[in-house]
Design a protein around this ligand. Structure first.
Ligand code: ZN
Length: 188
């Protein structure tokens, strides 16, 4: 392996360790108790599948770390470089958004992602795809109205991100169709 390739592999492995530690004890919504780390792992896998470069895949692994732990963007920059830090920052909601009604938060996200880099938009589409797959895996964890609002918000965010990877957008559209089907007749 070249030195550069070895460096990339080491950075990727370190990203998984940092994310696993940051999300320790956190689980995904629902009774299944799925460890939180399954989500960034799925997002990273989707980004890699869609042709994302190493920085983008590393950032996908770390995309929820700043929002969900004490880790800062500055620490990410020091450990993984400025591009990874920029991407993680783009994926992090400002704390004041957490106070907003969910649909309003999604509108802000859509606005914000419309101006983001192609790499950030790629991670966001993969993120929303993973979230919809989670809904489809365990629809009973969701109150139907909340699920409907979530799907609508995710659709808007992804519409703002389109134009980076046709394959990834198709994967999102498929996840949306399956989530709607699994939620069944409860949705209009
Ligand atoms: Zn996420």
């Amino acid at each position: 392996m070249t030195e550069a390739a070895q460096g990339d592999v080491a950075r990727m492995a370190r990203a998984f360790l940092v994310a696993a530690r940051a999300h320790i004890g956190q689980t995904r919504k629902g009774k299944a108790g799925i460890p939180y780390i399954n989500h960034p792992a799925e997002v990273a896998e989707l980004v890699a599948w869609a042709g994302g470069d190493v920085d983008t895949v590393v950032a996908a692994v770390l995309h929820d770390v700043v929002e969900d732990s004490e880790t800062t963007v500055a620490e990410i920059a020091e450990a993984f470089g400025p591009q990874v830090a920029r991407l993680v920052e783009a994926m992090t909601n400002p704390p004041e958004w957490e106070e907003l009604p969910k649909i309003e938060m999604k509108l802000r996200q859509a606005q914000h992602m419309g101006q983001a880099s192609a790499e950030a938009r790629m991670i966001k589409i993969a993120d929303q795809t993973s979230n919809l797959r989670d809904i489809a895996r365990e629809p009973e964890a969701w109150e139907p109205m909340a699920a409907e609002r979530y799907l609508e918000g995710a659709g808007r965010v992804v519409d703002a991100c389109r134009g980076t990877s046709a394959a990834l957008e198709a994967a999102f559209d498929e996840a949306m169709a399956i989530a709607r089907q699994r939620l069944g007749g409860t949705l209009a």
